[in-house]
Design a binder for this molecule. Structure first.
Ligand SMILES: Cc1cc2nc3c(=O)[nH]c(=O)nc-3n(C[C@H](O)[C@H](O)[C@H](O)COP(=O)(O)OP(=O)(O)OC[C@H]3O[C@@H](n4cnc5c(N)ncnc54)[C@H](O)[C@@H]3O)c2cc1C
Length: 286
């Protein structure tokens, strides 16, 4: 087990650049290290948090009063069209590599700045595809130390939802089964190009803030219709490129972001009647 560090900040682990101090910090590079860390957590009864790339988390300005574990379990083993991958591996890289090998199923991942574990946890998706689709197995370590191999069929996924959101533990690895396709690479490049043209990639953000109320009704469209592109509170600003993105336009705090979210919810409700639900995870102080 790596020695625990003090003096680190959640800001370092957020694509938003937002978040306060972490009481204790460590990294897990293998299942064995995660098992040791969980054993320590059980004995100390301390809250814990698994950090992926922090690309979907709004971290509290007051920080985290527990142990934050950066997931660095990042192996990647191919066997034909199947890939067994550590949960700390880059999801975007996996999408690019699989398409380069001529396999279809994860093209949509290209450009999503996530770990594989974070993508499974959130059931990340884009362009009509979702992480659970090519998934076959997930290896999950419970906080109690039980190592579970779970078949996709036993797991219930939904729109940006996975059963892991209700469980205490860590996704360790996954197996994806892809299908050969001559179009995979061209499709993946098209996905990436669309992203770069329609999303504020050069800015600090945590992706789409709100869930789409229905598959046909993007939250970004409603926000745009309310004239909110460019609206700003403190350092948090609605992107002028994509209205469902909030960007860190300076020294944004979590409070700025939460205030802006509330303002958007109120304006959209008032003008369109739709209630927007956040898609992001707000990670609190405890
Ligand atoms: C520019 C940009 C574009 C994006 N585009 C998309 C998109 O197209 N589609 C989409 O769905 N999302 C998108 N997102 C949001 C985000 O990338 C996804 O939600 C992603 O799945 C989060 O992965 P992560 O590794 O960063 O997880 P984090 O943000 O680090 O963590 C998210 C949650 O998962 C938990 N977690 C992470 N890893 C594990 C693990 N191994 N075991 C247990 N729990 C874990 C964390 O504790 C946290 O609660 C985008 C974000 C950005 C910044």
């Amino acid at each position: 087990m790596q020695p625990f560090q003090q003096g680190r900040s959640l800001k370092e682990f957020s694509t938003f650049g937002v978040g306060g101090p972490i009481r204790l910090f460590t990294e897990a590079k293998s299942l064995a290290e995660m098992q040791e860390i969980f054993q320590w957590i059980r004995s100390e009864q301390i809250p814990f948090l698994i950090l992926g790339k922090g690309s979907n988390c709004l971290f509290d300005d007051r920080g985290f009063e527990g142990l934050a574990i950066l997931n660095k379990i990042d192996f990647c083993d191919w066997k034909g069209s199947e890939v067994s991958v550590g949960s700390g591996y880059s999801f975007s890289l996996l999408g690019i590599q699989s398409a380069r090998k001529g396999f279809s199923g994860l093209e949509f991942a290209s450009g999503i700045p996530a770990t594989v574990g974070g993508a499974i946890f959130m059931n990340a998706g884009a362009n009509g595809s979702e992480t659970f689709q090519p998934l076959r197995f997930v290896q999950f370590l419970t906080l109690e130390g039980e190592l579970c191999y779970e078949r996709k069929e036993e797991l219930e996924f939904g729109y940006r939802q996975s059963p892991f959101q209700k469980r205490r533990g860590a996704i360790i690895s996954a197996l994806f089964a892809l299908s050969p396709s001559e179009q995979a690479r061209a499709h993946q490049l098209a996905v990436l190009e669309k992203r770069l043209n329609t999303q504020p990639y050069k800015d600090k953000s945590i992706g789409c803030i709100f869930r789409n109320p229905t598959p046909e009704l993007p939250a970004g469209l409603l926000i745009d219709q309310c004239g909110l592109k460019g609206a700003q509170i403190g350092g948090a600003k609605i992107s002028s490129l994509h209205a469902n993105f909030i960007i860190n336009a300076g020294d944004a705090t979590a409070k700025d972001v939460l205030d802006l979210i509330q303002m958007v919810q109120e304006r959209v409700q008032e003008k369109t009647g739709w209630h927007l639900e956040p898609e992001i995870r707000v990670i609190g102080c405890s």
